[in-house]
Design a protein around this ligand. Structure first.
Ligand SMILES: *Cc1c(COP(=O)(O)O)cnc(C)c1O
Length: 228
């Protein structure tokens, strides 16, 4: 995809999504140049789902040691996909938000690596909302158990900021709305008093429904950068 298309796509998406909703530009599989173009057009938060690629792009653009970080001030990297425990250490020094925390062991590992880096790492708990066994995420009961532990002071170096979910890949918009709506209800019940302000739901194909159902953060890849 040529640079002008990426810049125009970013602007169109940014204008279409309500200004109160944050747009994460999902740059996975796309070259560093695509990130540079989107940044120049105004994008600041970028989502990647493979740690090696995330680290590579960070080193090229935003690692102070790489020498270009002053050109990309404010650029924020999000880990949006499944994260293996043994890879947390590579992103812990710089990652801005981890979207898909779906097990206690991962919370413990993020906590440990964040402490080593002397920081608190923002994270979202991923709920299983789709009627598909292939999508990851916590059950509601598992979520409640983790929230109890967090309330008790567990994992102090993880700053849980809310929830994330992925709807079923289907043309049945009613079903997608129901899944997102259910997640919003859960968020509304759990957020008060916990400082939660982020509900990450919606991608290129279903963000309009997600926003109608109360999303505060959408993760948009192909509508900005083209198909993968
Ligand atoms: C790839 C991906 C996206 C973006 O998908 P598009 O359909 O290209 O917008 C969003 N969220 C997650 C978790 C992803 O892996």
């Amino acid at each position: 995809m040529v640079a002008t298309d990426i810049a125009r796509n970013w602007q169109e998406v940014r204008e279409a999504v309500p200004s109160s909703v944050e747009v994460i530009a999902v740059s996975k599989t796309k070259p560093i140049e695509a990130v540079e173009v989107a940044y120049a057009a105004g994008a600041r938060s970028f989502g990647e789902n493979r740690v090696q690629e995330l680290v590579g792009k960070h080193e090229a653009l935003t690692d102070p040691a790489g020498g270009r970080s002053s050109e990309f001030e404010g650029l924020d990297w999000h880990q949006i996909g499944t994260l293996q425990k043994n890879k947390v250490k590579y992103i812990a020094p710089f990652v801005g938000l981890i979207h898909a925390v779906d097990e206690e062991g991962l919370l413990a590992e993020i906590d440990k690596r964040a402490a080593t880096c002397g920081r608190r790492i923002p994270a979202l708990l991923q709920l299983h909302i789709a009627q598909e066994s292939s999508k990851f995420g916590l059950s509601e009961a598992e979520l409640e158990a983790l929230v109890d532990q967090l309330d008790g002071g567990a994992w102090p170096h993880v700053e849980v900021k809310g929830l994330m979910g992925m709807a079923t890949f289907t043309s049945d918009e009613g079903q997608v709305a129901q899944e997102f709506g259910g997640l919003r209800k859960l968020f509304d019940r759990l957020a008060p008093g916990r400082g939660w302000d982020t509900l990450s739901m919606g991608m290129s194909g279903d963000w309009r429904i997600a926003v109608e159902e109360g999303s505060t953060m959408v993760r948009i890849g192909s509508s900005i950068f083209g198909t993968r």
